[in-house]
Design a protein around this ligand. Sequence first.
Ligand code: IPM
Ligand code: MN
Length: 367
Amino acid sequence: MSMKIAVLPGDGIGTEIVAEALRVLQALDLAFEFEQALVGGAAYEAHGHPLPESTLKLAQAADAVLFGAVGDWKYDTLERALRPEQAILGLRKHLQLFANFRPAICYPELTAASSLKPEIVSGLDLLIIRELTGDIYFGQPRGRRSAPDGAFAGAPEAFDTMRYTRPEIERIAHVAFQAARKRRGKLLSVDKANVLETFQFWRDVVTEVHAQYPDVELEHMYVDNAAMQLVKAPKRLDVVVTGNMFGDILSDEAAMLTGSIGMLPSASLNARNQGLYEPSHGSAPDIAGKGVANPLATILSAAMMLRYSLDQADAADRIETAVRAVLAAGLRTPDIWSEGTRKVGTREMGDAVVAALASPKAITTIT
Ligand code: IPM
Ligand code: MN
């Protein structure tokens, strides 16, 4: 049976990097059915909405979604419901993609790209599991109380609601304990239980679920301390689980430890293991169309897609091995370039991964 992939390249560098990931997938000799659709600003331009019904339907019917990136400064003044970011929030909510995996791996070849000392980050392999469909991102009510004359701009007050239900916390806790069990058997749950009722509840429920995973060591930490520990001693952490907003912030911080956000993939899964796979970085409008964007985060996201949604762990391993071979050979897009390595563009990087897939040895020297 062929695997149905909805391909949503989006805006900015999205189209360039997704094209390379597709070439890598096509080189695998597996039966895929790719169908492409517009999303984000590109969909707004064509259909007047960042997540048209047709795009959503395609995503819902697919086994997995391969997503590029959305957004551009030129949409900053649009009303919120029409901004490109609403496409990704809508996909998360409609597909119930509650479990977001954001690995932060510091590749040995790229240790120098980190702003932290090599001994702090070399060999770092951290997994942030971010709850993705609840919290202050989606809690109701939210809005702005209008000014006495009904004006939006002069409103005296605005509000969002931080909220978690027990089942929402339970399901992400189960995902996190199971992930920790497959790794070092250690889970850190990050909250703000000292101030927020929502996150005291989070801590209580995670602790309850822990009873079913006595083999996993659970630690709790406040988010401010976690932000500090991430830069102080990140290698002491292994799997970190947290809510939607704290996870948004901490995962960017963790990405920067590796020095190369252009390298980091992500997966967002629902209860059926249907998933959306996207690079952790954004649409980078400043370099769009120049052929210099790093496609490796998207290529590695395609590997996560094979592993988590398509049950093709061997193919995922092959892609990851090919990416390591290309790095070891010294090929670098500008974002990860350093003295003594060879600067290549988006396409050339994709070519190199495809070549390394065919034969990892073909790519062991800088030519
Ligand atoms: C992310 C992004 C999104 C988020 C935005 C674009 C809505 O920052 O995926 O981390 O805040 O979740
Ligand atoms: Mn973010």
